[in-house]
Design a protein around this ligand. Sequence first.
Ligand code: FDA
Length: 307
Amino acid sequence: MLGPVLLAASRSDGIRRIVSAAPVTRPVVDRFVAGERLGECLTAVRALARRGIDVTIDFLGEDITDASEATRTRDAYLALAEALAGEGLGERAEMSVKLSAFGQALPDGHDLAYRNVLPVVEAAAEAGTTVTLDMEDHTTVDSTLAILGDLRTRFPQTGAVLQSYLFRTEEDCRALAGEGSRVRLVKGAYKEPATVAYQDKHEVDRAYVRCLKILMAGKGYPMIGSHDPRMVAITQELAHRGGRKPDEYEFQMLYGIREAEQERLVAEGHRMRAYVPYGTDWYGYFMRRLAERPANLAFFLRSLLTR
Ligand code: FDA
């Protein structure tokens, strides 16, 4: 029951100020966020690379209120692409973007977000890597998929995220299961109304499996974004049955979560990619992680008590 409360809190400015200012918050945030600066993020990326784990890097930010912040996001990603090229990390590191941080929710936001993200996708291609569009709340899905379609006409390797909790997603999976398509399938992390999304966890899980079957049977490149051991096992079974080789799909997990499992999958010969967030605007991301799992919240509360 705490999950929806925390998700609502993730969009409250008042609670943001309190949580962000609490000195105990920082060490807990560090478990999920790879630092506030690009240099710290690159240190984390190099450490993961040494363990055979690829990454997708997220410069934290969302729900911006003016166009200058969108420019700041774009510039941060351009600097990131340049750093990845400079370090020769293009093969191991891709970038994840939230279009809301590129202006999607502002007036004329669809075009603004496209104009801001296009140079980032171009820079990624020059750096030998690519971009995946994260998926935010359901009101953004049409716009995000339209931007994906436009980007893919020139950069077909651009990826997107689909969320199994939305009723529409099986249909979106069918539309995006074609040759060259890269889809990260997740369960979904936002508070969504019952008119558009399954509310029951088991229903979300069942929908995830249906979507997984569509993507694994298709011709695209499925990216399995889940920590759920059942989803990992079902993916392996579907790959085995469908004759998909280990380089024809990949597992993705969040930085700091189930690290032993990430290493186990690498040791078994699977491609594993960690989603590595960095930056100062960690509040929304952090609160969604607390909402997902009571143990994460307990960890946070324990650190308040044991201080
Ligand atoms: P779920 O939360 O249902 O947990 C299932 C099981 O997994 C648990 O019972 C436990 O066994 C195991 N588990 C989960 N967390 C664990 C932990 N901390 N430690 C140990 N075991 C754990 N969402 C979104 O809306 N838009 C997006 O763009 C993205 N992007 C994204 C990228 C990547 C790489 C990932 C992994 C996830 C996202 N998400 C996301 C978040 C996603 O929607 C979802 O909220 C979380 O991944 C949690 O769902 P799970 O599938 O991991 O399992």
